[in-house]
Design a protein. Sequence first.
Lengths: 114, 115
Amino acid sequence: GAGVSQSPSNKVTEKGKDVELRCDPISGHTALYWYRQSLGQGLEFLIYFQGNSAPDKSGLPSDRFSAERTGGSVSTLTIQRTQQEDSAVYLCASSGDRGNTEAFFGQGTRLTVV
Amino acid sequence: AQSVTQPDIHITVSEGASLELRCNYSYGATPYLFWYVQSPGQGLQLLLKYFSGDTLVQGIKGFEAEFKRSQSSFNLRKPSVHWSDAAEYFCAVGPLTGNNRKLIWGLGTSLAVNP
């Protein structure tokens, strides 16, 4: 696609429910990132996919968080048994695999856990 | 350890005044450097990037940044700030080469512009 697409744009869920957030990267981009941004805060790295390499999961805050990337394209971030502290904007970005390329961001999914 | 420091959490300037946002980095190799802007309620947009060549790079919206290797800095500047520049600014570094393209981000600087 023309840009990074994230869905849904907003999600309200009850505490304890599972949620899935979707990211469609720019076609052909091999790198894909998930970040979390709480209100007024910076970017918190969650996970990074690069081609066929094992993903860098070092930023996932707990085992309730997981992500996969199918076919090297679409990625899904899953949060199980959501907690109120999971409320944030979840940002996805993608970049190409050549030098001098930047990350392109989606508009994010605003998750509210009530 | 690799890190990016943006020393100023919040800056307020008057419209028309000059602006400099600081970014210092610690990185094991020659980095690829970026500045992004996030306007209220918006996604992140690339302002400019540096990977080689002239150490003074021009970006969108009248911004520029200067790479100073000796100081490990990549400060963002604008000669005359407009009210629409009020936003959050993020500095990031990444590898020039290799398969791992993971970016390291600063915590951001929030810019307020007084009329």
